[in-house]
Design a protein around this ligand. Structure first.
Ligand code: FAD
Ligand code: SF4
Ligand code: SF4
Length: 485
């Protein structure tokens, strides 16, 4: 267990719940963080975590609402007032037990959930001021109790059922599914195409937001529960889905293969040297550690370069902040809508601004132009304005005629979204939508092939860690029912 993110040496204070009037006077505690000028020189985690005292004070802001609107905003319904009341009393193991009942990966979700659109958006305090820092407190509880929790994890495992389940992919949907399957007594094996486990948690989200030691800790918890992990196996190539049933003897399969196929903009010049997809860039840097001299995987030098990142989701922000840490002189986020429509987590936008990332809104690329050596030299852009709402519920960006302009850039990162990988489309019984996502029964998450279940980004398209995890747990329940029939 990584020592840096545990606080068990801190003395737990027995605090009483303050009278309402007193609680209302406490300001939200900001998350302590590395200073921007320091953190852009390293890949260490930006947020440093609450101290015990901060956590207890922040939890005291909670009004313990009987109807818990915050819980309704959480995709897995973490019992928020209950876990916060234990934090106030200093009983952090009890707090962790409440969270773990619903959320299998609290140290991860506390760090990466978009709380401002989920639990914290429903907090009654958000109506007039700042919501309780639920994510920060969830992270605190998980970190504080990390070493204590491991003693308890084996307590509620059912006797072996003799049934075998294969899980395709090792992202949060499969991890959550495998954990529950192991608790039901089924034998779970996770097959991962890459050489490391965790899906986007390890190859997408950078170390400075989510240390890999935390993901590895959670994977080791699953190993102790009996889950097996097989790397470098691509289902659909190394083994087909049907071979898992017919030759390997699995009784059911969960597909948690994510949405890892990058979309391109589809404009001239996208093949020029100096243009990366966010997927490639982040995989080289996060998974293959290309920022380290000893890494065998190279990455083009960002040193003193002007870098433009296209898109405004978490992936774009992660790419921009990674480029800064790789030594870029100037990093621009270029987005065709306005700031209000940016899908990235609020904290990432704030952190990126503090670190010096610049934003150009309402501009869309038309063409990348290279120099004589085939290297990216400039981008032609067009100004946009916002029209009516589109299917995504956001205002549609519309080009403004005659507003074209050119900008000199040396590197570009395309971060406009991902589709699903076509590898599993060679299973004829599986039905896919036009977008390439898997068709499932919404109640059971069973696919059109009997005994095969699916969840996470492969079903929804790019979404969130907590929604993928929620789907994994729901599928585990259905698989258990299916195997018990
Ligand atoms: P994934 O995490 O994508 O994992 C799928 C795994 O399956 C991968 O490891 C892949 O290699 C493997 N696989 C694929 N096909 C096969 C095959 N045929 N055989 C074997 N293995 C296979 N969400 C948040 O909530 N907060 C954030 O801050 C956030 N930041 C993000 C930043 C980036 C850069 C990206 C890309 C996404 C981010 N997301 C964030 C989204 C979130 O990470 C995903 O929604 C979530 O990881 C989806 O989980 P999953 O289990 O469906 O798939
Ligand atoms: Fe909020 Fe995410 Fe925790 Fe749910 S899992 S309470 S959404 S931080
Ligand atoms: Fe506490 Fe806010 Fe939830 Fe009310 S809505 S119980 S104040 S976290």
């Amino acid at each position: 267990m990584p020592a840096a993110w545990t606080h068990t040496s801190q003395k737990v204070l027995k605090m009483d719940e303050l009278p309402l009037k007193e609680r209302m006077k406490i300001d939200r505690h900001p998350m302590p963080a590395q200073l921007p000028e320091e953190r852009i020189k390293n890949f260490d985690e930006v947020n440093l975590g609450y101290s015990l005292q901060m956590a207890q004070k922040e939890a005291q802001r909670c009004l313990q609402c009987k109807d818990a609107p915050c819980t309704k905003g959480c995709p897995v319904n973490v019992h928020i007032p209950e876990f916060l009341s234990h934090v106030i009393k200093g009983d952090l193991l009890a707090s962790a037990d409440v969270i773990l009942n619903d959320n299998f990966l609290p140290a991860i979700c506390g760090r990466v959930c978009p709380q401002e659109t989920l639990c914290e958006s429903r907090c009654v305090l958000a109506k007039k001021g700042k919501p309780v820092a639920i994510g920060n407190l969830e992270r605190f509880t998980a970190d504080f109790t990390a070493d204590l929790r491991s003693e308890r994890e084996m307590e509620d495992i059912a006797d072996p059922t003799g049934k075998k389940v294969a899980l395709i992919g090792s992202g949060p949907s499969s991890l959550a599914c495998a954990g529950d399957l192991a608790r039901f007594g089924h034998s779970a094996t996770v097959f991962e195409a890459l050489h490391a486990f965790g899906g986007v948690l390890v190859f997408g989200i950078p170390e400075f937001r989510l240390p890999k030691s935390i993901v590895n800790y959670e994977i080791n918890v699953l190993r102790r529960l009996g889950v097996r992990f097989e790397k470098n196996i691509i289902i659909g190539r190394t083994l087909t889905l049907n071979e898992l049933f017919n030759e390997e003897g699995y009784n059911a399969v969960f597909i948690g293969a994510g949405a890892g196929l990058p979309h391109f903009i589809g404009i001239p010049g996208e093949e020029l040297v100096g243009i990366y997809t966010a997927n490639e860039l982040l995989t080289r840097i996060n998974l293959m550690k290309a920022y380290k001299k000893e890494s065998e995987t190279p990455v083009l030098s960002f040193l003193d370069k002007v870098v433009a990142v296209f898109g405004a989701g978490n992936t774009a922000l992660d790419s921009a902040r990674t480029a800064l840490r790789m030594g870029a002189k100037k990093v621009l986020i270029i987005y065709r809508r306005s700031e209000a429509e940016m899908p990235a987590r609020k904290e990432e936008v704030l952190h990126a601004r503090e670190e010096g990332v610049e934003f150009i809104f309402l501009a869309s690329p038309l063409e990348f132009v290279g120099n004589d050596d085939g290297w990216l030299a400039e981008v032609k852009l067009q100004r946009m304005e916002l029209g009516e709402l589109d299917d995504s519920g956001r205002r549609r960006p519309l080009p403004i005629k005659g507003s074209e302009f050119t900008m000199e850039i040396e590197m570009a990162v395309i971060a406009i979204g991902n589709g699903t990988n076509p590898l599993l489309r060679n299973t004829p019984e599986l039905e896919f939508t036009k977008r390439g996502t898997l068709v499932v029964n919404e109640d059971t998450l069973e696919t059109t092939k009997r005994g095969v279940f699916a969840g996470g980004d492969i079903v929804t398209g790019g979404a969130t860690v907590i929604s993928a995890m929620g789907a994994g747990r729901k599928a585990a329940q259905s698989i258990h029912v299916y195997l018990s029939e």
